[in-house]
Design a protein around this ligand. Sequence first.
Ligand code: NAD
Ligand code: GLY
Length: 363
Amino acid sequence: MQTLQVDLGERSYPILIGEQLIDRGELLACHIRGKQVAIVTNDTVAPLYLERLSNSLAGFQVTPIVLPDGEAHKNWQTLQLIFDALLAARHDRNTTIIALGGGVIGDMAGFAAASYQRGVDFIQVPTTLLSQVDSSVGGKTGINHPLGKNMIGAFYQPQAVLIDTSTLATLPSRELSAGLAEVIKYGLICDEPFLGWLEDNIDRLRALDQGALTEAIRRSCDAKAKVVGADEREAGIRATLNLGHTFGHAIETHQGYGAWLHGEAVSAGTVMALEMSNRLGWISTLERDRAVHLLSRAGLPVVPPAGMSSEDFLKHMAVDKKVLNGQLRLVLLKRLGEAVVTGDFPREVLEATLNVNYDALTQ
Ligand code: NAD
Ligand code: GLY
């Protein structure tokens, strides 16, 4: 097992990474203050892992809360189901909520923990690659609004993150690829040597090689932990973790939540950010194409949805958490391995980027 640390003073917490960890309740027990535990999961993950996790927590009073699966359910109505179950089972302020699932479950369970009785402890047990490398670390929690992705939520850090890499064995390959979009992101924004490592190992990752997966997860979590430790509330550098996300969130909202997976939308959005960085003269065409090729080898879409116009993009991009005083800011690349967050670009370059024929560009 490997252990990393998110350094946030008194709110610091460990990230534990290894195989078969969900059977090791002792790793969680030391982060649980009371007797009551609620495991929030969904109807896909529950049959796979709920019993094992519950059994490992013998001695605690465990309430399972099984939600409907899917991004389309990341909303107020589903959040209410968590509060209904907590109140019905008389969970008190010493309760610990455990999120068992992907990013949708982690974000919703975390938001429930942030607000139930004004805040109870929570632990992340992420079971998708995307949630293991990104969403379970850093304390962003929340739900979607029909007008904007992740628009309602709270910063709320977990007590611990337990990453059982064996759970990826049951993950559909499309979901694995979606997680690779966020892994590649770290190489693009802050770790150019990692990009080279990914180019060498992308086939092993897609074949679920445990050694390669553990290394990719460790390096990704290490990068994320450092960024979050430096800028928990996204006053600056944390926004670089949103490479491709402003374009990507527009795709998710426009297509209807769940139609495109989050990682897929981030991939196509990253291609658009690469193209814009190239048009601004910051990265070369060769660098742009190198990154696009890697995303494509990861099994990810590199072309935005057919039929989504530049007006569609602009409408949805205007509802982005990086918009400040009406100004749209984007995460772009100065070079591979160095990202900037900027609103200082000619509007024509953005419009030209939105009007590119991406089918032709990525041939
Ligand atoms: P997800 O939670 O929808 O999970 C993907 C699918 O895999 C679901 O159908 C799920 O039930 C299933 N699944 C989960 N684990 C499984 C397993 N081990 N075996 C088989 N099936 C399994 O999607 P995701 O990609 O994990 O997360 C995407 C969400 O995360 C989005 O809502 C996005 O906004 C959010 N997100 C949040 C942050 C953050 O910092 N909080 C960062 C990135 C993404
Ligand atoms: N996924 C972006 C962040 O955590 O800041």
